[in-house]
Write a new protein. Structure first.
Length: 535
């Protein structure tokens, strides 16, 4: 008789146990607290939380989300049990504890992107990431219908990184009409009454929805934090340093736990005249200090280049059109900066009056190839009046399908990424010595190509296959023969039969050369021979 009440009690207890919250690795766990909104909670109520898993600890900042709601967001990077404790000088927010379980990531979740192999990128789970960017500066401020159209377009495009503004520029169509803006980053309605000490949570809630939409389709959100383009009319490009730092901390607290975020400190930073390079140093360090996950950080230049060698810069985000007009510049930039090079503005395919928006599809595609052959990366833009570059929507240009073709070739190449080969003497070939060569002939029109490879790591008897690639018409034609190499001189190997590869005598052709035997080992020759010869 006594066992029945005990069994009943056990059943009651089992049904009242609350399940442990779960979040996948590199997902987002959110602590939500209710507290007083007295005073100015954006400034007067500091809030952090300490998240602990074994010997790993993260301490992200929290933020005020309006209506007495405070939040701390966290991106766990390890599976297992995590505990947390909040810290605040306000008693109603301090000392709150809890725990959750971090589960395995879902199949399409590879974690945040990081620098990989010095000049390239990869996800946290070691999956390679090859940036193929596009520019949609103002898409976050358009209508919901236009925003969804942009997402659908991106899903069908080759682009896996999107550059866009965190704050809209001053433009007439934001003042009246269907695009009139009613929510701004700060409380107020115009320059006359902005309260730069108080953020507008509704504005940032909408912005983070755009970041989440990009995350869900596998696109990196390259968020541009500051920009010129107000001309003094809104004044967001004239904020003082204290306001700028406060803005950064609030944005990081809200968005730092999104795994797909990149921080671009500014677009055309030197056009923000009142900020010096020393000011940008401080702003970079603010991001570095308050982002517990160390997302990628860079800055986009105008007339004056920021010093990308500084330790808080993870990669070069460059606007220098001539760098992708000719071969050989990207390898030089890699040698200078010793970091990944992303040509984030290379002019735009389009038909507008401004000279920077008049590229043909052929020229845009050509510049992409020049960038990637140089061991760098590039970002696309389409300048159609009221179209993709500014407001997103649909793509109408000729280059995206050709860029998609290039992306397929890059992704099928060496997983470490394309490296310039013998770039002091050759400028149009990338790949991996003795394994993979990608020659791009650009605007040259050739009838034949002598099968000659730089001798690095080659040995007699190695065999290769060749594909002829038409980069504009998107065709790959295998050459119907095997090429076997022998040494020609101190620097080159050739096909032992002195074979040539036929080409169609038109521009935008490429060759892909891949090793097909693995039995022969590299020669092990002295890779410093050139220097020794000169000595």
């Amino acid at each position: 008789m006594r066992t029945f009440p005990l069994l009943l009690l056990c059943l009651i207890v089992s049904f009242t146990v609350v399940a442990q919250p779960q979040v996948e690795q590199w997902g987002m766990f959110e602590v939500t607290l209710q507290g007083s909104d007295a005073g100015n909670p954006f400034i007067e109520v500091p809030l952090t939380a300490e998240f602990v898993h074994d010997d790993t600890t993260y301490t992200p900042d929290g933020f005020y989300d309006g209506d007495g709601t405070y939040k701390v967001r966290f991106m766990p990077d390890r599976e297992g049990n995590w505990t947390y404790t909040t810290h605040s000088k306000r008693a109603d927010l301090d000392g709150k504890t809890g725990s959750f379980t971090c589960t395995a990531p879902s199949p399409n979740n590879h974690g945040p992107v990081q620098v990989r192999n010095q000049f390239h990128f990869g996800y946290a789970d070691a999956t390679p990431f090859y940036p193929f960017g596009t520019t949609i500066y103002e898409w976050a401020f358009t209508s919901p219908e236009r925003q969804q159209q942009t997402i659908q377009t991106l899903q069908g495009s080759p682009f896996n990184k999107a550059r866009f503004l965190a704050v809209p520029p001053y433009k007439g169509y934001y003042l009246e009409g269907p695009l009139k803006i009613t929510e701004f980053p700060f409380e107020g309605t115009s320059k006359a009454d902005w309260d730069f000490s108080r953020f507008n949570p509704a504005y940032f809630q909408a912005l983070e929805e755009r970041v989440a939409e990009l995350r869900d389709i596998g696109v990196q959100a390259d968020l541009i934090l500051f920009r010129p383009y107000d001309g003094g009319k809104w004044g967001f490009d004239q904020m003082d340093m204290a306001t700028n730092q406060r803005f950064l901390r609030y944005v990081i607290a809200r968005l730092g736990a999104y795994r797909n975020i990149w921080w671009s400190l500014a677009n055309e930073n030197s056009f923000i005249r009142h900020l010096t390079d020393e000011d940008w140093d401080v702003l970079f360090q603010t991001v570095q200090q308050h982002d517990p996950y160390q997302h990628l950080r860079s800055i986009h230049n105008a007339g004056r280049l920021y010093d990308y060698t500084k330790p808080w810069v993870t990669h070069v985000s460059l606007q220098y059109y001539n760098a992708v007009k000719v071969f050989g510049v990207s390898p030089l930039l890699r040698d200078i900066y010793q970091k990944p090079i992303v040509h984030d503005e290379i002019n735009y395919e389009g038909n507008i009056e401004r000279r920077w928006g008049q590229l043909s599809g052929e020229e845009m595609t050509y510049r992409f190839w020049v960038a990637y052959i140089g061991g760098a990366y590039a970002t696309h833009g389409e300048a159609i009046e009221g179209g993709w570059l500014s407001l997103g929507g649909e793509l109408t240009g000729e280059s995206p399908s050709r860029i998609a073709f290039l992306k397929e070739i890059v992704e099928a190449g060496p997983p470490e990424g394309l490296e310039p080969l013998d770039h002091y003497y050759l400028t149009n070939v990338a790949g991996k010595y003795a394994q993979y060569y990608l020659f791009y002939f650009g605007k040259e029109q050739q009838k034949t190509w002598d099968f000659i490879l730089t001798d690095e790591d080659l040995a007699p008897g190695m065999k290769f296959k060749v594909d002829v690639i038409d980069t504009w018409n998107r065709t790959i034609t295998p050459v119907d023969r095997v090429f076997e190499v022998e040494e020609l001189d101190n620097y080159r190997f050739v096909d032992k039969h002195r074979a040539k590869v036929k080409l169609p005598n038109r521009p935008y052709m490429a060759l892909r050369i891949q090793r097909i035997d693995e039995a022969t080992q590299p020669s092990g020759k002295d890779t410093q021979r050139d220097e020794a010869d000169e000595l």
